[in-house]
Ligand binder design. Structure first.
Ligand SMILES: [Zn+2]
Length: 282
C-alpha cells in the first residue's frame, strides 16, 4: 500500500481547516519536519509539550498533529536551553514532523466548536459566521443551538461533565442573578478553549447557558450580575480535546478512500496545567 508524505497530510489538513480561517494573531502549519518524508503513524494531541512529544517519539510516530502552536509569538533561540528548543531538537533527531491547526480548526466544519456542540447534544449553527465551506456550511468560532428537550441547568451540567474527557479540572457552573441550578435551559451557546470574548454575543443571541473554558472571576461575575446566560466553564484542554476523535475519523476515512496505509492515534495524556482537584465546597 502507498503512503502519504508530510506534504500530502498538509494538503489534507488544509482542505478541512483552511489557513484563511485563522485569526490574525494565530500561527498554523508545519512547525518541524520534512514535507517529503513518508508518514506511517500520526499522533494527535491538543498540546505540543514534553509528555505528548515523548509519547510520539517512544511510539515511533512519524508525525504529530496538535491543536496549539509551539511558537505563537516567534522565537529567537531554539537551543536545548529552553523546553521549546528541546522539543524541536527531539522531534528532528527522531524524524517526527509537527503540524498544528489552531483557530482554523476552531471554526471549521467538523472542527473544535462543532465537536464541543455535538458532544453536548447541540446540532448548532455558528454564532459568528466567518465564511462558508464548499458545501455551503457556515463556519465560525462558536456554535448555538437548541437542546432536543429543555432540561434544568443541573441536568445539563451533568451532560457536559459526562461529555468531556476525564481530567482534574472538571467544570464550574455559574447561575445568573436571581436563578439557581433548577433554571430551565434550552438554547445553548458553546465555544471551546478561552471563550470569554463571546460572553456578550451569547447573551445577545438569547442563550440560556454558555459553555466554554478558562473563564476568569471578573468577566464571569460581571456577566452573571447582568443576567442570562448561565455559564459552564470547563478546562481549556478538555473542551478542545473533543475535536481529536473527529480529526482521526476524517483523516482515516480519507486515507482509506485513497488506498493509503496510515495509522492515527489520539493522545489521551491530560496536558492541562492541573494534576489534581480538591473540592472546597465542604
Ligand atoms: Zn486552545
Amino acid at each position: 500500500m502507498t503512503k502519504w508524505t508530510v506534504s500530502e497530510i498538509m494538503n489534507q489538513m488544509e482542505a478541512r481547516y483552511p489557513k484563511h480561517l485563522q485569526e490574525d494573531w494565530d500561527k498554523n502549519g508545519l512547525i518541524v519536519g520534512d514535507p517529503d518524508q513518508e508518514v506511517s503513524k500520526i499522533l494527535l494531541a491538543v498540546d505540543p509539550v514534553d509528555a505528548t512529544v515523548r509519547q510520539a517519539i517512544e511510539g515511533n510516530y512519524d508525525m504529530m498533529i496538535t491543536h496549539h502552536p509551539l511558537f505563537l509569538r516567534g522565537a529567537n533561540f531554539v537551543s536545548r536551553l529552553d523546553y521549546k528548543g528541546r522539543i524541536v531538537h527531539d522531534l528532528i533527531k527522531n524524524d517526527v514532523a509537527l503540524l498544528n491547526a489552531h483557530t482554523n480548526a476552531d471554526s471549521a466544519t467538523r472542527g473544535v466548536a462543532w465537536a464541543l456542540a455535538k458532544a453536548c447534544g447541540i446540532d448548532g449553527e455558528p454564532f459568528d459566521v466567518i465564511d462558508e465551506d464548499a458545501a455551503g456550511n457556515p463556519r465560525g468560532l462558536g456554535r448555538i443551538g437548541k437542546l432536543a428537550n429543555p432540561v434544568t441547568l443541573d441536568e445539563f451540567a451533568d451532560v457536559v461533565a459526562a461529555a468531556l474527557p476525564t481530567g482534574p479540572h472538571g467544570i464550574f457552573v455559574g447561575t445568573p442573578v436571581g436563578e439557581d441550578l433548577s433554571m430551565q435551559v434550552e438554547t445553548v451557546a458553546l465555544s471551546g478553549g478561552s471563550g470569554d470574548s463571546f460572553l456578550d454575543r451569547a447573551r445577545e443571541l438569547g442563550a440560556d447557558v454558555y459553555v466554554t473554558a478558562d473563564l476568569r472571576h471578573h468577566p464571569a461575575s460581571e456577566h452573571l450580575e447582568r443576567g442570562k446566560p448561565a455559564l459552564i466553564s470547563g478546562s481549556h484542554w478538555a473542551t478542545e480535546w473533543l475535536w481529536l476523535p473527529h480529526l482521526e475519523e476524517d483523516l482515516s476515512a480519507a486515507a482509506e478512500q485513497a488506498g493509503v496505509d496510515l495509522e492515527i492515534d489520539i493522545s489521551r495524556t491530560v496536558t492541562e496545567p492541573w494534576v489534581d482537584h480538591r473540592s472546597t465546597l465542604g
